[in-house]
Design a binder for this molecule. Sequence first.
Ligand code: SDX
Length: 394
Amino acid sequence: QSPCGPIIHGLEDVLIKNTSISDIDGDKGILWYRGYRIEDLAQHSTYEEVSYLILYGKLPTKKDFEDYVSRLRKNRDLRPETIEVIRNLAKAHPMFALEAAVAAEGAYDEDNHKLAEALRLGRYKAEEKELAYKIAEKLVAKMPTIVAYHYRLSRNLDIVKPREDLSHSANFLYMMFGKEPDPLAVRGIDLYLMLHADHEVPASTFTAHVVASTLSDLYSAVAAAVAALKGPLHGGANEMAVRSYLEIGDPSKARDVVEAATKPGGPKLMGVGHRVYKAYDPRAKIFREFSKNYVAKFGDPKNLYAIASAIEHEVLNHPYFQQRRLYPNVDFWSGIAFYYMGVPYEYFTPIFAVSRVVGWVAHILEYWENNRIFRPRACYVGPHDLQYVPIEQR
Ligand code: SDX
């Protein structure tokens, strides 16, 4: 409470706009993209098609889809200046390189400056919207390349140029590992990208809105969203979840780890709990199934699936978590298959950004239809009109 009125801590349940991009039923654990349940999309679609759906608001006709995919595939490579930025940050955590590379790509994109100038002059009509969608598609196409190039350069490997004959997910794995990927690994990555593509307005998407609302530019808004996603309470939880399973090492220790998380100030369980879901995250259910199939085929040498299952069992049966309606979220299971595919865990959150970029840009374009700069207030509780005292007398 404050003298000025109610403080909404963390903006919990504050509505910032109407949206038709995605909807979440937190009580029942349901997620829709443009009206389609994610279970149906996960089963029948691909990230290329889901990204079109999220960006353009409808499933594409065969012609529209082929044109879209061909534009994405032609736009995958990066400017030399951007590759230099990634090279200079090759020894840093990939999220820092991703943030910097997105900004660098935007710094030299003429389309970006043309749009920013039009917005500044108050023009956002058909021509500007077309430019905005063109830039949005470039961002979707280039994120995998930035992450893959960083992976290669961080290990002193030559970068592997994108191939136009491979799908978004297959090409990403090809650029990472330099060989045609296993179909199950492609399915795993594609499923992951589909299920992370949008989620209404979490911290990173809200950040993108704030930056876009000042009429900065699309690349800068995405770079800022990457910065927000890096945090362990948000996108960074998938990396932390797998690191904690590796640390635990044995399923028999799950009970103590879960117990420790219930103590005031104790270490939160990564991949558990959610601001909106007060039921099992539907994305986590799909990843639990995929991880089970993956370890059934390739084994569970580090016991990751067994440990996660033991933790899940404890969480689902512990009063502390039940009273607070805390369940596994999208990050609880998603890292296991990645880890076994050979994706280092510091690349889990960058891959989250590779997926969510389409949600970020779709929300920005939606908000620009009725833009208003974000400018909340704070309640001042300090003193006023103090007398300045020279330093000698303090
Ligand atoms: C993502 O918003 C989105 O949609 C995000 C995301 C997306 O698609 O963009 O879904 C992706 O970020 C998933 C969440 C990944 N983060 C984690 O897994 C980190 C661990 N989770 C927690 O930090 C937490 O649950 C949050 C950050 C996810 C939600 O935080 P809230 O809504 O601010 O909840 P809270 O901190 O107020 O917790 C309520 C209570 C507290 O206990 P009390 O003070 O009431 O006694 O639940 C406890 C918290 O201590 N709690 C946990 C816990 N999460 C909440 N206790 C132990 N372990 C946890 N993981």
